[in-house]
Design a protein around this ligand. Structure first.
Ligand SMILES: *[C@@H]1O[C@H](CO)[C@@H](O)[C@H](O)[C@H]1NC(C)=O
Ligand SMILES: *[C@@H]1O[C@H](CO)[C@@H](O)[C@H](O)[C@H]1NC(C)=O
Ligand SMILES: *[C@@H]1O[C@H](CO)[C@@H](O)[C@H](O)[C@H]1NC(C)=O
Ligand SMILES: *[C@@H]1O[C@H](CO)[C@@H](O)[C@H](O)[C@H]1NC(C)=O
Ligand SMILES: *[C@@H]1O[C@H](CO)[C@@H](O)[C@H](O)[C@H]1NC(C)=O
Ligand SMILES: *[C@@H]1O[C@H](CO)[C@@H](O)[C@H](O)[C@H]1NC(C)=O
Ligand SMILES: *[C@@H]1O[C@H](CO)[C@@H](O)[C@H](O)[C@H]1NC(C)=O
Length: 537
C-alpha cells in the first residue's frame, strides 16, 4: 500500500516528513480491503437513486443485502458515480468485469503539504487596483479545503465585517468530538469529517484512545494553517518577538472557508494519513455543497501516479470538480530541492510551489579584529558582548573525521565549549541538525553557535533566545581563518533585525518540490486553466 501524508510548513519553521512508504506484510488471500469502484460520470441526477444503484450492484455481487450493507464504505454520487467497499481480491476482479465499471482500485494513502505570502505577490489589500478589490476580497467565494480539520477558536476565523453566507452554499457544520454547529460562523461556513475509509482499513485504530478528534476539529494544525493562508481574516500587529511584524491574513480576506477533514493522525507512527476513499468522499461532498475553489495540500510519494492512473484519487476527484466549474489547487510537494519531485501535475489542477520572501533577518556578528559580518538569525535576546570563540577541531577522540562539523559537537568535552560561542560547519539541510548542534552547545554551557551552511536552507528561531546565527560557507571560512590566526579569538553577537525588500532575492523554497514532471519530463507543469463560468449558480 502506498502512503499519502502531510507535509508541514509552519511560518519559517519547517517539518519535512520523509517520503518513506509503508509496506504491509502480504495478507491472506480472502482478506477484505477497501476498494474504490469508479463508474465515471453519474447517469442520474437524483443522488438517492445513484446510491441505490451502488447498493444493488454490491448486493448482486455479494449475494446478500446485509453483506452489501456491511461492506459499503461510501457511495460517491454528487461529483461523479462510484463507491468504496470492502472487497476481497476476487470480488474486486469480478466487479471490475461489469460493463458499467470503469475501474476498481485498492485504496491508497496520501500525505500533506503547504505555501504562503500575498503582499509579495502583489495582492495587497491596501492597493485599490488589483484582483482583491475587483472581487471584494473574495466575499462571494467559498474555498473548500480537504485536510486535517480546523481549530475553530483560531482568531483567523473571526467573521468581523463579512456579509451573509453566500446563497449558493448548501453545506453544513457537522457535530462530533468537541465540535458542533456553534463553531461555524460567516467565515468558517462549513465543516465535515470523513473517516470511514480510514477505519475500514484499520481495525486496530481506537478512536477513544486516539489523540485526534473524531470530528472536524484539527489536532495537527495543518488544516488550520492552510485555511489561514487561503482565506484567513486579517489579524494586525502580529510578530515573532518583534521580528517579521505585520498583518497575518489569507490571500482572499473575505472568502468563506469550508473544511473537509479526511486526514487522520496515527499516534503510534506520529504521522497523518489520508485515504483515497475518504478524500474522494470529501471532494464529492464539496462539489455538492457548492464550493467555488477546492484546495488540497496533500500529495503522493514518489513514484507519482499519472493523472490517468485510476489509483490517483486526487486527480480523479479534481477532474470531476473542474468539469463542474470548480478551480482545484494542489501543492506540488515538499520534496525539494531535488529535481523531478513535483507531484499533483494533472493538467486540470493548479499546482503551487512555495517561495522564499524578500525578507531577511540580518544579525550582526563582530569579530575581535573588528571585522563585522552579517549572519541570519531570529535572535531577539540581549546583545552578547565580546565572548571567547571556538572551533572544536580536535574532539580528543578517534572521531577526528567528524571534527568541526555541527554533527560532531556531541563528542566534544563540555570544557571545550563552556562559556564560549562555537563555530561549526554542516552540509546537512535538515533543521534537526541545527537544533541538535544547539542542544549540544547549550548542554555544555556554551553561550552561542555560529552555523556555516548552505545559504538556501531555511531559517528557524532557536528557542529560549539562544544566539544561533547562520552564515554561508564563505563567511564561515572567514571566521575560521580569524580563529586560526588569533591566540584568543572573541566575537560579539547583536540581536536580529527585520529587513524587507532588496537586497534579498527570492527563489523557490529549498524544501519545495521541483520539476521537471517525472511523468512527462518535457513538461514542467501544464496548466490548461479551466476558467470558472461567470454565470451564477
Ligand atoms: C475598490 O475599487 C473601487 C472602484 O473600483 C473603489 O471605489 C474602492 O474605494 C476600492 N476599495 C478600496 C478598499 O480601495
Ligand atoms: C456546542 O459546544 C459548545 C462548547 O464547545 C457548547 O457550549 C454548546 O452548548 C454546544 N452547542 C450545542 C448546540 O450542542
Ligand atoms: C492503525 O492504527 C494503529 C493505531 O493508531 C497504528 O499503529 C497502525 O499503524 C495503523 N495501521 C494502518 C494500516 O494505518
Ligand atoms: C479503546 O480504548 C478504550 C480506552 O482505553 C477502551 O476502553 C476500549 O475497550 C478500546 N476499544 C477497543 C475496540 O479496543
Ligand atoms: C503592536 O504590538 C506591540 C507589542 O505587542 C504594541 O506595543 C503596539 O502598541 C501594538 N501596535 C498597535 C498599532 O496595536
Ligand atoms: C565515534 O563515532 C561513532 C559514530 O558516531 C560513535 O559510535 C563512537 O562512540 C565515537 N567514538 C568515540 C570515542 O567517541
Ligand atoms: C556535559 O554536561 C552535561 C550536563 O551537565 C552532562 O549531562 C554531560 O554528560 C557532559 N558531557 C561530557 C562529555 O562530559
Amino acid at each position: 500500500m502506498n502512503n499519502y501524508r502531510i507535509q508541514n510548513f509552519v511560518v519559517l519553521t519547517l517539518l519535512i516528513i520523509l517520503n518513506d512508504q509503508i509496506t504491509f506484510v502480504a495478507q491472506a488471500g480472502a482478506e477484505s480491503k477497501v476498494h474504490i469502484v469508479y463508474l465515471g460520470e453519474k447517469q442520474h441526477d437524483d443522488p438517492e437513486f445513484v446510491t441505490k444503484s451502488h447498493h444493488q450492484m454490491l448486493w448482486s455481487l455479494l449475494g446478500s443485502k446485509e453483506d452489501a450493507h456491511d461492506s459499503m464504505v461510501y457511495s460517491y454520487r454528487h461529483g461523479f458515480s462510484g463507491f468504496a467497499a470492502k472487497l476481497t481480491k476476487s470480488q474486486a476482479k469480478k466487479i471490475a468485469n461489469l460493463p458499467e465499471v470503469v475501474h476498481v482500485t485498492p485504496d491508497t494513502f496520501y500525505e500533506l503539504a503547504t505555501t504562503r505570502t500575498w503582499d509579495y505577490l502583489g495582492l495587497s489589500a491596501a492597493n485599490p487596483k488589483n484582483l482583491l478589490n475587483d472581487t471584494n476580497m473574495g466575499e462571494e467565494v467559498i474555498i473548500g479545503i480537504v485536510d486535517t480539520g480546523v481549530w475553530p477558536e483560531s482568531e483567523v476565523f473571526n467573521d468581523n465585517g463579512i456579509g451573509p453566507v453566500p446563497s449558493h452554499w448548501k453545506g453544513s457544520c457537522e457535530s462530533g468530538e468537541m465540535f458542533n454547529s456553534s463553531h461555524c460562523n460567516k467565515k468558517l461556513i462549513g465543516a465535515k469529517y470523513f473517516i470511514n475509509g480510514f477505519l475500514a482499513e484499520n481495525e486496530s485504530f481506537n478512536s477513544t484512545e486516539s489523540l485526534d478528534f473524531i470530528s472536524p476539529r484539527d489536532v495537527n494544525g495543518h488544516g488550520t494553517h492552510v485555511s489561514t493562508i487561503a482565506g484567513g481574516s486579517p489579524l494586525p500587529n502580529i510578530s515573532y518577538k518583534g521580528l517579521a511584524g505585520g498583518t497575518v491574513r489569507g490571500g482572499a480576506l473575505r472568502a468563506r472557508i469550508a473544511m473537509y477533514k479526511a486526514c487522520w493522525y496515527l499516534d503510534d507512527l506520529e504521522i497523518t494519513t489520508c485515504s483515497s476513499a475518504d478524500l474522494l468522499k470529501a471532494m464529492d461532498e464539496a462539489i455538492h455543497d457548492g464550493v467555488d475553489v477546492l484546495s488540497l495540500s496533500i500529495g503522493y510519494g514518489i513514484p507519482f501516479l499519472p493523472e490517468t492512473d485510476v489509483r490517483n484519487g486526487i486527480a480523479t476527484g479534481a477532474f470531476h470538480a473542474v468539469v463542474k466549474g470548480i478551480t482545484v489547487v494542489c501543492s506540488g510537494g515538499n520534496s525539494g530541492p531535488a529535481a523531478q519531485t513535483v507531484g499533483n501535475t494533472a493538467p486540470w489542477i493548479l499546482t503551487v510551489a512555495a517561495t522564499s520572501l524578500d525578507r531577511s533577518f540580518p544579525t550582526p556578528i563582530t569579530l575581535g579584529n573588528n571585522k563585522a559580518i552579517l549572519g541570519q538569525a531570529m535572535y531577539t535576546g540581549p546583545e552578547l558582548g565580546f565572548t571567547s570563540l571556538v572551533y572544536p577541531e580536535n574532539p580528543g577522540n578517534s572521531n577526528e573525521s567528524f571534527s568541526g562539523t555541527c554533527e560532531s559537537l556531541f563528542f566534544n568535552s563540555n570544557l571545550t565549549m563552556a562559556g564560549k560561542v562555537v563555530l561549526c560547519f554542516t552540509t546537512s539541510t535538515r533543521y534537526s541538525t541545527v537544533s541538535r548542534a544547539v542542544s549540544y552547545v547549550k548542554r555544555a554551557g556554551g553561550l552561542g553557535v555560529i552555523i556555516a551552511r548552505n545559504p538556501g536552507d531555511n531559517l528557524a528561531p532557536c528557542l529560549d533566545d539562544f544566539p544561533c546565527v547562520a552564515v554561508d560557507y564563505e563567511l564561515g571560512t572567514n571566521i575560521l581563518f580569524y580563529i586560526r590566526s588569533t591566540e584568543s579569538p572573541v566575537v560579539k553577537i547583536q540581536p536580529s533585525r527585520t529587513l524587507v525588500g532588496q537586497p534579498v532575492g527570492t527563489k523557490v523554497a529549498d524544501f519545495s518540490s521541483r520539476g521537471p514532471n517525472s511523468i512527462a519530463p518535457a513538461i514542467l507543469k501544464l496548466c490548461l486553466g479551466y476558467p470558472k463560468q461567470a454565470t451564477p449558480r
